[in-house]
Ligand binder design. Structure first.
Ligand code: 3H9
Length: 696
């Protein structure tokens, strides 16, 4: 028998205990261990109990095996074998029974769980659908609409809800194996036998066409959810074996799709991105109390994220009324968390009484372990603040700037302790957005970098290392694809067409909608800042400056690219913007041409990929996956493409290079092909090869 399933006979009960840390993924050894265990149980026991050793029941199929040749026994046949066992089979669930894990449990005849356990079918979050009977058994066990909802959202269902729905039969408290054995004994004592879910009546059909269409619309280009709806439909029209076969075909088709490859890339790399080889063995400094300079939206957001992570926060503002306004903002955000049920009222009171204070004096920071400056984006302002921090902060305190593009080396140089300085670039709203760029300056000490990553972990952020360049990883790439969008506008596309094309690609919002949300004054200020050093060959759209001169700063002024009416969601295209664009085209002598949705998407993505390749080649991002995670978690890049460089790999790098070279015939200043892209194409390699340690 395989070590991955430990077998123990306890009286009449055969215990099959998973031993495949960390999450008991259902790899080949586990699957064959389950089959062998059942066979042995049938010869010597009266019931079988399946339980997870360690911290959890099975967390699903082993995702690392996907893409490799499948080895028998496959998970669907394991679940069927369990279901057809001549003895009653019981699963005892703790931790998380997810995906194939829940499918194993659905194959068993009885299910008990501890109250902290969670169950779910999160396959759609990997671009897949449950492929071991989940779409056939769950709707036989619970109401079909509820099964569809659980399968298409991939959400984790708590034990209490699972009991109410009928996914599990009982909740017990205490040691999971003891609970499971006691439950199995009770089942034997009551004379109960196997109760196969597959033999339960087929679910009653619902309006599958409407549900399928709704899933397609909601998926914004993602296909897994809608495909899963069709798989559940098969449960209504087929016996269990035929349904499982159909489900299997659909699962295999999705597994080969670029979307699941993108999402699996995202799954592994959101975990890999913060594990830097250079930090192996480097101990982070202790961080319990932090300071935040600035009580604006950003400072308050950072404060809230830190407070929710259990840190003590002192906020400093320039005077007492600004400190009060900052404190009010923090309290408002936290009350929002209470309203949404994310924070209890008691916890809110405790935080406001003990964990947080706002002050107008830098002296309040003398005990802070780490300070994050989130003040106005102006080098002079930053230098003054860092000089003050240098005076008041204790030795060894980490001094961080939340700047989004300024030179962190220059900021560090304004202190007597540049080794303690780094950039911690949060994204607004900082208590919501997952991305944190850890900006490592020339003199930043390794343990300060490690402290940045440790803080990211405590605050549940996706922390990505960036070198110091204008805009760091994300905003530098953003600037390039935004410029590409501006060029398309000059040449004939409307901002609204571009937004439509990019939301169809999968972005939650198009670039012009995002600009309206962020405020158009930011881009205006950046253009003014960069104007003196701008290359004469650069094409710059100036209609946006005219919008700003007329006070169109986006959503906050009710007018940007779109007009926003109070009480209405979203905006409507502003005809004045179209007029300004047309005037500029006339001035420049441009005859506008039509852009198809495909061309808009292709040019936009090529600009993003080309700049991202330069950022990697220049070393500001260490690996392509760093760029991918920045765009996924900070810029709304669709997860089902895995990130821009994974998208590029999936499209084929040679085609992308050919397109960039053809665009360069129109504008060889903007479209300079990245040398890394050229080298990868020449070597027949992908960005993902670089993630795995390859070089070109
Ligand atoms: C499926 O089941 C398909 C079937 O329907 C049909 C098949 C035919 N496989 O997240 P953590 C690794 S699809 C391989 O940091 P946590 C993970 O990479 C699957 N590895 O811990 C990490 O490795 P490392 C459906 C896996 O406590 C380590 O375990 N199931 C798998 O924060 C610890 O993970 C899912 O989609 C796996 N299935 O969260 C569940 N899962 O240390 C996916 C984890 O090298 N997993 N690893 O970085 C999760 O959601 C979370 O990992 C879980 C634990 C909630 C379980």
């Amino acid at each position: 028998m395989s070590d991955a399933i430990e077998y123990e006979l306890k009286g009449d009960i055969a215990i099959l205990r998973a031993n495949n840390p960390p999450v008991n993924a259902l790899g080949h050894a586990v699957r064959s261990g389950l089959i062998a265990g059942l066979e042995r149980a049938e010869s010597e026991a009266k019931a079988a109990l399946i339980v997870g050793g360690g911290r959890t029941f099975f967390a699903g199929a082993d995702i690392k095996e996907f893409g490799k040749p499948f080895k028998e026994p496959g998970l669907p046949s394991v679940c069927t074998r369990i279901e057809r066992c001549s003895l009653p089979v019981i699963s005892a669930i703790h931790g998380t029974a997810l995906g194939g894990g829940l499918e194993v449990a659905l194959g068993t005849h009885y299910r008990i769980a501890v109250s902290s356990a969670k169950v779910g079918l999160p396959e759609v979050l990997l671009g897949l659908l449950p492929g071991a009977g989940g779409t056939q058994r769950l709707p036989r066990l619970i109401a079909v609409e509820r099964a569809i909802e659980i399968i298409t959202t991939g959400r984790q269902v708590g034990a209490a809800e699972a009991l109410e729905l009928g996914i599990i039969d009982e909740i017990g408290e205490g040691d999971i194996e003891e609970i499971g054995v006691a439950y199995a004994q009770r089942i034997l004592a009551e004379g109960k036998g196997p109760r196969p879910v597959g033999n339960m009546p087929r679910p009653t059909p619902v309006d599958f066409d409407a549900i399928h269409q709704a899933a397609l619309t909601k998926g914004r280009g993602q296909i897994a959810q809608a495909t899963a709806v069709r798989a559940v439909e098969h449960a209504c029209n087929n016996d269990i074996d035929a349904g499982i076969k159909l489900e299997r075909d659909m699962f295999m088709a999705l597994l080969k799709s670029p979307q699941s490859q993108g999402m699996i890339h995202a799954f592994f790399n959101e975990r890999a991105v913060s594990k830097l080889p250079e930090l192996k063995g480097v101990e982070p400094r202790d961080v319990k109390a932090i300071g935040v300079i600035g009580g604006g939206t950003m400072g308050a957001g950072i404060t809230v994220a830190a407070l929710l992570a259990g840190l003590d926060v002192t906020m400093v503002e320039r005077d007492s009324s600004a400190a009060q306004a900052g404190a009010d903002r923090v309290s408002g955000f936290l009350q929002g968390s209470v309203k949404r049920g994310k924070l209890t009222a008691d916890k809110y009171d405790a935080i406001m009484a003990n964990g947080f204070r706002a002050s107008d004096s830098y002296d309040a920071l003398s005990n802070a372990d780490l300070v994050i400056e989130a003040a106005f984006e102006e080098m002079g302002v930053k230098k003054t603040i860092f000089a003050k921090l240098d005076r008041v902060c204790k030795k060894g305190a980490v001094l961080a700037s939340n700047t989004s593009y300024l030179d962190v080396n220059e900021i560090a140089a304004s202190t007597s302790r540049p080794a303690d300085v780094l950039g911690l670039h949060f994204f607004s709203p900082a208590h919501v957005m997952k991305l944190l760029e850890i900006v490592v300056a020339a003199d930043t000490a390794p343990d300060v970098v490690a402290t940045g990553f440790a803080l990211g972990k405590i605050m549940r952020k996706i922390a990505v290392r960036s070198g110091v360049c204008d805009g760091f990883i994300g905003n530098r790439i953003l600037k390039t694809y935004r410029t590409c969008a501006d060029h398309m506008v000059l040449d004939g596309a409307s901002p609204f067409e571009i937004d439509t094309a990019m939301t169809a690609f999968g972005f939650a919002m198009g670039p012009f909608e995002v600009a309206d949300l962020a405020g158009l004054d930011i881009g205006w200020a950046t253009r003014k800042r960069l104007a003196p050093t701008r290359d004469a060959r650069e094409r710059v759209a100036t209609y946006a400056d005219k919008m700003c001169e007329a006070g169109h700063f986006g959503q906050k002024t009710g007018q940007g690219y779109y007009i926003y009416e109070k009480g209405k969601r979203g905006g409507t295209p502003d005809a004045n913007v179209t007029a300004l664009i047309e005037a500029e085209r006339r001035e420049l002598g441009i005859t506008p041409r039509a852009f198809s949705q495909d061309e808009i998407q292709r040019r936009y993505m090529c600009a993003m990929v080309n700049e991202a390749a330069k950022v990697v080649d220049e070393g500001f991002a260490r690996r392509p996956l760093d760029v991918d995670m920045v765009l996924l978690f900070g810029y709304g890049f669709p997860r089902h493409w895995g990130g821009p460089l994974k998208w590029a790999d999936l499209q084929g790098l040679d085609g992308i290079l050919v397109d960039i070279q053809s665009y360069a015939k129109e504008d060889d200043f903007f479209w300079q092909p990245a040398q890394l892209l050229e080298r990868l194409v020449a070597a027949g390699k992908t960005f993902d090869d670089l993630n795995k340690g390859d070089t070109v």
